[in-house]
Design a binder for this molecule. Structure first.
Ligand SMILES: Cc1cc2nc3c(=O)[nH]c(=O)nc-3n(C[C@H](O)[C@H](O)[C@H](O)COP(=O)(O)OP(=O)(O)OC[C@H]3O[C@@H](n4cnc5c(N)ncnc54)[C@H](O)[C@@H]3O)c2cc1C
Length: 490
């Protein structure tokens, strides 16, 4: 391995171009992970990250395609071939500078973005090798350079070099409501454009779902904190424990700020609406994950947690996987109930594989008919309906239909419902001029402008629960539109 990197590096240094056929022979570097037996006893991160050697080797697999199809599939258009070319030359700080020109949260995106459905699905190497799993590990390389910069402060001349605070000031003030990836991206881009930015966050810690939803073993909170620190160096002020719509109204903010961005996310959980959902032992995945992640339940935190013996999680997305894997780490026997088959599961393939390695069982083609309780009002089990796949629905996915008369009882003491979330309704309800759709999602135009001039919105509050990078992409669009409008009406 050493020899391979060395010979490529020497040849590159001599200005020799390395033929595609040779590059395609470099083996794809797997992500090193903690072994399942030990990781289920800890909340520490499962994926360990590339070593420098692994990152160099993986970077050598990139062909540097001039057409860069990967960039077109990145919602924030990171210049992927250019940053990877810097890794090939061991210039990691320069690689990070390229990424942070368009992505304010690289260590986070490198960990949680569904790259296999975005940049990596367009990678020429994966296509040439006829195996998407052999696409260049773009997310892993992004994570590597962001981690490298954090772990090598001595290599960075000033405290935080990659994106310095703007020298110019526009004299304009921007209020950002919500500190999830959408809000943080708007804050970063507006601050870099010279606007004075204040972020208002309802919870005690900033970061949105990054802080209270995605568990420590997928996204360590020290990574979120470090990215937030980078943002503060741009001059962004973050005010926590401030619920807009209660602590301050939108009208009050409009009197002080020249533009507002609403990035309040989608934190309103959906339930099954079946008998027994009011029993003790039933909760939403949001509540469960917030208690464990934010309030440290089960780890000396200030909120109680029932130590379940058998947990069932209803749903098949990332949120369901996260809740199930947290429950496993709290020593429960965990079962996921999903109404379609493995092929239709919306969770990332990697998360499903990790969950199964950790001993979590997935029961396909089942849905709860009712939740059964003890005489004391506690969950004792689920009555499950067996299903089969019928015709495709409007989304193109085959719909589950009941197998007549086929039901089972499944004993458990906890049911976690992970069926998706709708936008947080509170703020919109306090502003009658803000147009929303039937699900409470804020309606915006192509520039993320709401029905109120100089009030912008983006992320999950606009389109419902989606992804970090989509929220960031809309944040970038909103920030550009804010700056453009300020320029047009100085
Ligand atoms: C458990 C879980 C796992 C996930 N895993 C992934 C993943 O692996 N990869 C991925 O790409 N996406 C994942 N997602 C989705 C992703 O996290 C979201 O799409 C993304 O965080 C949305 O960003 P946002 O900024 O719109 O909102 P959020 O991250 O929800 O942030 C909104 C913020 O606004 C605050 N807020 C709300 N109302 C107010 C108010 N009135 N005043 C002040 N503050 C307010 C909230 O407290 C919150 O901090 C996951 C989501 C969950 C729940």
């Amino acid at each position: 391995m050493d020899q391979l990197v060395l010979s490529f590096a020497q040849r590159a240094a001599r200005g020799e171009s390395i033929p595609v056929q040779e590059r395609l022979k470099v083996p794809a570097q797997p992500m090193p992970v903690q072994d399942p037996e030990s990781r289920i006893h800890t909340m520490s991160e499962v994926a360990l990250g590339y070593s420098e050697q692994e990152a160099r080797l993986e970077s050598l697999r990139c062909l540097g395609c001039p057409t860069a199809p990967c960039v077109a599939h990145c919602p924030v258009a990171v210049d992927i071939p250019r940053f990877i070319a810097q890794i090939q030359r061991a210039r990691y700080r320069e690689a990070l500078q390229i990424i942070t020109q368009t992505n304010a949260l690289p260590a986070i995106c490198g960990r949680v973005c569904p790259q296999e459905k975005q940049c990596q699905c367009a990678c020429t190497v994966g296509i040439a090798l006829k195996d998407p799993a052999h696409a260049v590990g773009i997310g892993r390389l992004e994570r590597f350079v962001a981690d490298w910069e954090r772990e090598h402060p001595e290599a960075v001349p000033e405290q935080r070099a990659p994106c310095e605070k703007s020298e110019k000031t526009s004299g304009k003030k921007v209020a950002v409501i919500g500190s999830g990836p959408a809000g943080l991206t708007v804050a970063a881009d507006c601050a870099r454009a010279g606007h004075a930015v204040t972020v208002f966050e309802a919870l005690p810690y900033p970061g949105g779902v990054l802080q209270y939803g995605i568990p420590e073993f997928r996204l360590p909170k020290q990574i979120v904190d470090a990215e937030l620190e980078r943002l503060r160096t741009y001059g962004v002020v973050i005010k926590t424990d401030t619920l807009i719509g209660r602590t301050f109204t939108v009208a009050e903010l409009q009197r002080t700020f020249d533009a507002l961005f609403i990035g309040t996310g989608a934190g309103l959980p959906q339930f099954l609406n079946i008998a027994g959902e009011d029993l003790v032992g039933v909760c939403s995945a949001n509540e469960y994950l917030t208690r464990v992640n934010l309030m440290k339940a089960g780890r000396g935190g200030d909120t109680p947690l029932f130590y379940s013996k058998v947990v069932t999680v209803i749903g098949g997305g990332n949120v369901a996987m996260d809740a199930a894997r947290v429950a496993r780490r709290l020593r429960a026997d965990v079962h996921i109930i999903y109404r379609r088959t493995r092929a239709e599961m919306p969770a990332r393939a990697e998360e499903i594989a990790h969950a199964e390695e950790e001993g979590i069982t997935i029961h396909f083609l089942r849905t709860p008919l009712q939740i059964i309780g003890t005489d004391h009002g506690r969950v004792s089990g689920l009555q499950l309906q067996r299903l089969r796949l019928g015709a495709a629905d409007s989304s193109g996915r085959r719909s589950p239909v009941p197998e007549s008369g086929q039901t089972d009882f499944f004993a458990c003491d906890t049911v976690i419902v992970a069926l998706g979330n709708h936008p947080n309704p509170l703020l919109a309800r306090t502003v009658s001029a803000l147009n929303t759709d039937s699900r409470g999602a804020i309606i915006v135009d192509q520039d993320q402008v709401t029905s109120i001039p100089f009030v912008f919105a983006g992320g999950d509050s606009v389109h419902g629960a989606a992804t970090v990078i989509l929220a960031m992409g809309e944040g970038r669009k909103a920030a550009a539109a804010i700056t453009q409008r300020f320029a047009a009406s100085p």
